[in-house]
Write a protein that binds this ligand. Sequence first.
Ligand code: NAD
Length: 336
Amino acid sequence: MRFLITGTAGFIGFHLAKRLLDDGHFVVGFDGMTPYYDVGLKEARHAILARSNGFRPVIGMLEDQAALTKAAELAEPEVIVHLAAQAGVRYSLENPKAYVDANLVGSWNVLEIAKAVKPAHLLLASTSSVYGANPVVPFAESDKADEPMTLYAASKKAMEVMAHSYAHLYGIPTTAFRFFTVYGPWGRPDMALFKFVDAIEKGRPIEIYGEGQMSRDFTYIADLVEGIIRLIGVVPAEENRVTQPDVIDTLSAHAPFRVVNIGGGQPIGLMEFVETVEAAVGKPAVRKMLPMQPGDVPRTYAAAGLLEALTGYRPATSVEDGVKAFVDWYYREKAA
Ligand SMILES: NC(=O)c1ccc[n+]([C@@H]2O[C@H](COP(=O)([O-])OP(=O)(O)OC[C@H]3O[C@@H](n4cnc5c(N)ncnc54)[C@H](O)[C@@H]3O)[C@@H](O)[C@H]2O)c1
């Protein structure tokens, strides 16, 4: 199949594109190589993808409609997966404009491309952050998700609802997935696992927010990619509306549009996570306990029932195995 994927130099886009290329698909990868974190890491990911004959990189910004149009013409995609974004919860307090530019204007540009191209399926990356500080767990897709705690979360929720309007008006079958703290090899240097391992290795203290009282539902990258690949094949339509009594399907009554969590539903506390990282690195961390940061949410916890009902799959890699895979990669890269 022919894919247009945005964000292929990023952590998740890289892994998804790699899997699709290994399976023999054609992928045009669109990415702006933004300097939010080490561009060298992004270039290294694209260099690996470039070893596949089926990969065509297009470097450009989402805000640049002409660049996106060029990528779409090259791809003639049956499926569009939109992963490029300004990510990061805390950075949205420092640089809100980056979120408006990439996640609002950029995502709207992707919707315009989809309107023109009419792919069989458009898939978009949203986030567990849209659940804000909801007290009821696990977070189900049908829960209220309109009290975001950061502009990051607000921009992703806005993308979801903009996409619903396009799905309704132009009949674009659209799935918006909500990811839960994704981690693994080639992961992001701004996220906890990378920062913890790096700090332990360099003898620096690790910063533990919320005095260690927060919990997160971690999703291993290979599990996430498996969930995405399976959802690509479940094009939102009445024929696949879930009728299981214990699961609420989010398939819209007004559009071929659905929201699906991708998470394992096995949250762990931050201190247990720190201990898991220490065990994998084989060294203790120096712990610096800090209060919750503005915009932080106390917990995330995915209801995985809808994903499972639609695909027969739920993420299952243990945090121990996943953290070990990251640590192995980290030391391999350092040695290289
Ligand atoms: N990693 C997680 O835990 C997580 C959790 C929830 C949601 N998400 C979402 O998943 C998607 C992928 O996340 P990731 O972890 O791979 O992040 P990432 O930062 O590694 O990848 C995003 C990519 O998008 C590119 N990009 C950013 N702004 C751009 C712009 N304006 N124009 C063109 N390219 C641009 C960046 O260069 C980067 O390569 C994002 O939409 C993110 O919000 C990630």
